[in-house]
Design a binder for this molecule. Structure first.
Ligand SMILES: [Zn+2]
Length: 485
């Protein structure tokens, strides 16, 4: 498999360093608020990467941390008047609610910063002993950036460029504006822990270095996170870990792209900020997950509710095809009519194309294109009565169903029972359109009575009333059916 490595800016063949074992660390959330669409994208991207590596037979150890002490958490706690621990616990719980809904698997280890203070103190002591860090009279500890020659290698920045943007805030006792905090002396009203430098708390970057090394051997095979973390967070992680251990920190650095809203940067101040919870109030989690996979993970992803509705249509098409395949496979009499070779070749092409897309830097967008090809091909067989009722047609439909089932385990979509999904989707769309299913059912029952009584004027009037409610009525051999227009 080829993966784009931010370290080196090229696609490189991914080969684990220790036989079949793969170690992967991804920076998790800072637990101070509900997760937004950007968090959803990062979580789903790395979830699919883990699932695919496991599908390939690798024994993956996946570690994703929770930052549970940080300036933002402390600020929020002080605003609400509770402890920072209570804030962190609440939003870790909310993270699980969202991620479980999206089908994001739990990591193998989910370490919390506050449970690894001793490891972070030890790492800091080691850096001081080697001359890479220094304590200040007021009890802060800084990493001396100029002591680590590789600084900037991940993000492609050089020290001289960074100097112009570096600042020393009032009260800081940095020797160099480039230096960053490993340990911060306690301030009133903040959680703190005992250390050789007095009461204090760790700087944000330190936890990922300490916790990845605790649970996996270095170098890590893969370190991941959002593109916004490459600098300074990941650059600082590299500096801390490599200066302390003398080893490479991670072989592959994988970063997912930004989420934009209607082509603009998402921000609370612009009023275009969506939490996962906001979106799941209107769309099925499966639809959101599918939408997130319709773009290559490194491309910017443009979020809009219109785009989400398009994704919803796509997901519905796949499940509707699966439902029709199930109905066709329930047949009993099969003819010997052969399928044209081009149909079989086309299916083989989609199967190969799907794998090639995944092997080429986890290109879920291209892979989904091949999956849709399979769905269209199923439609071609289903629409042709001779093919649909033939042994060869049955075999192809069963093969397409098996392919979708196999890849649903990697994509985390299209694995539900088709009828259950379609029913849930109908209810969801009805809710969004303000349609009450009970009211629709009552009108349909009345329409049936009117038709029995040959009161066609009344029957048509009810149909118009339903159409005004954005309800489409279909008369099928099994009776009346309805859907949201
Ligand atoms: Zn991190």
């Amino acid at each position: 498999m080829r993966l784009y490595n931010t370290l080196g800016r090229t696609k490189q063949e991914f080969v684990p360093q220790r036989g079949n074992a793969v170690s992967m660390y991804v920076c998790g959330i800072t637990a101070y608020d509900f997760c937004h669409i950007g968090h959803a994208r990062s979580a789903v991207v790395f979830d699919v990467l883990v699932r695919y590596l496991r599908h390939k037979g690798y024994d993956v150890t996946f570690v994703r941390n929770f930052t549970d002490v940080d300036d933002k958490i402390i600020k929020r706690a002080n605003e609400v008047g509770v402890s920072s621990q209570e804030i962190a616990e609440k939003f870790i719980g909310e993270f699980y609610v969202d991620m479980d809904a999206l089908g994001v698997l739990r990591a193998d280890v989910e370490p919390k910063c506050t449970e690894h203070i001793a490891e972070m103190v030890a790492l800091t002591q080691g850096l001081i002993a080697k001359g890479h860090a220094y304590a200040t009279p007021s009890g802060d500890v800084y990493f001396a950036v100029r002591s680590f020659p590789g600084y900037g290698k991940l993000s492609g920045r050089n020290i001289e460029d960074l100097v112009s943007g570096a600042r020393v805030e009032p009260g800081e006792e940095k020797r160099d504006p480039l230096d960053f905090a490993l340990w911060k002396a306690a301030k009133p009203g903040e959680p703190s822990w005992q250390s050789p430098w007095g009461l204090g708390r760790p700087g944000w970057h330190l936890e990922c270095s300490a916790m990845s090394e605790k649970y996996m051997p270095l170098p890590l095979d893969i370190h991941g996170g959002g593109q916004d973390l490459a600098f300074p967070h990941h650059e600082n992680e590299i500096a801390q870990s490599e200066a302390a251990t003398g080893k490479d920190f991670a072989k592959f650095w994988v970063h997912n792209g930004f989420v934009q809203i209607n082509s603009e940067k998402m921000s609370k101040s612009l009023g275009n900020f969506f939490t996962i919870r906001d979106i799941l109030a209107r769309f099925l989690p499966q639809v959101l997950r599918y939408f997130l996979l319709t773009m290559h993970y490194r491309s910017p992803l443009d979020f809009s509710f219109d785009a989400l509705e398009e994704a919803e249509k796509g997901a519905r098409r796949v499940y509707a095809a699966l439902s029709q395949i199930d109905a066709a496979l329930a047949g009993t009499k099969w003819s010997k009519t052969p399928l044209p070779q081009d149909i079989l070749d086309e299916q083989a092409g989609y199967e190969q194309g799907f794998v090639e897309a995944f092997e080429d830097d986890l290109n879920t967008a291209a892979a989904l294109g091949h999956l849709f090809g399979m769905v269209r091909l199923a439609g071609r067989v289903l629409d042709d009565k001779a093919y649909r009722k033939s042994e060869a047609g049955r075999e192809l439909l069963a093969r397409i169903k098996a392919e979708v089932a196999k890849w649903s385990g990697v994509l985390g979509v299209f694995g539900q029972e088709p009828e259950a999904f379609l029913a849930a989707l109908k209810a969801c769309r009805a809710g969004r359109a303000g349609i009450e299913p009970a009211r629709v059912e009552a009108l349909l029952a009345e329409r049936l009575e009117a038709r029995k009584a040959k009161d066609f004027a009344r029957s048509d009037a009810i149909r118009d009333e339903l159409a005004a409610m954005k309800v489409e009525v279909k008369d099928t051999p099994q009776g009346q059916a309805w859907d949201v227009l």
